[in-house]
Design a protein around this ligand. Structure first.
Ligand code: AMP
Length: 213
């Protein structure tokens, strides 16, 4: 079963994807992580993507589609979760063509529903490990030692695009470009909206139930 996990920034896609990888053996394909790795390694792709990401804008469709295409071509055959891609209907159309060419398809588009006031709180308090990508939250789940990752002792920082002014722009960009994917996948009979509020285990159980049905 191949899944798209989508929702607004801060809806918990990354956290739930990590659980699906750990507990159910999915392959995780996150466009945001791929861009961050490219930036860290200072590749030409990373250099192109950085200015868009720092402003909370979407990286242009053609660049993003080429990136995902490259990854999917290498990984085909394993069940996967797409996290953060597609974010526009143009990307969704390109994905459909790509999966058809690869003789596979998406089975469910799981949408994590979280009200806007919760999203802002989650994003402002979010911290990530620069080294392994583990995520923390200043309310409720801070690292045991301030600024140090519990898992790998890497540096725990706030993402540049989790600063308050950029968050506002990301949420607007989401409403304009990505929210229409709800209708897009509803039209294809793939949309599975789930309540994205609660602790991570509760949300994970809802996803597991959905995958069984
Ligand atoms: P994320 O980690 O999914 O929140 O993504 C972080 C940032 O990466 C986004 O705000 C965009 O700038 C960029 N990005 C990630 N995925 C996409 C995509 N599918 N299309 C365009 N830009 C993307």
């Amino acid at each position: 079963m191949n899944i798209l996990l989508f929702g607004a920034p801060g809806s918990g896609k990354g956290t739930q994807s990590a659980l699906l990888v750990e507990k159910l053996g999915y392959l995780h394909i996150s466009s945001g992580d791929l861009f961050r790795t490219a930036i860290k390694n200072q590749t030409p792709l990373g250099l192109k993507a950085k200015s868009f990401m720092d402003r909370g804008e979407l990286v242009p469709d053609d660049i993003t589609i080429d990136l995902i295409k490259e990854v999917l071509l290498k990984k085909i055959g394993q069940k996967f979760i797409l996290d953060g891609f597609p974010r526009t209907t143009v990307q969704a159309d390109a994905l459909e063509v790509l999966l058809r060419d690869l003789k596979t398809s998406l089975n469910k588009a799981i949408f994590l529903e979280v009200p806007k006031e919760h999203l802002k709180k989650r994003l402002v308090g979010r911290r990530v490990c620069k080294n392994c990508g583990a995520t923390y939250h200043m309310d409720g789940h801070p690292p045991k030692k301030a600024g140090i990752c519990d898992i790998c002792q890497g540096e725990v920082v706030q993402r540049a695009d989790d600063k308050e002014d950029v968050i506002e722009n990301r949420l607007t960009v989401y409403e304009t470009n990505t929210a229409p994917l709800k209708n897009y996948y509803a039209g294809k009979g793939l949309l599975k909206p789930l309540n994205g509020l609660g602790n991570q285990d509760e949300i994970f159980s809802r996803i597991v139930e959905e995958l069984k049905s």
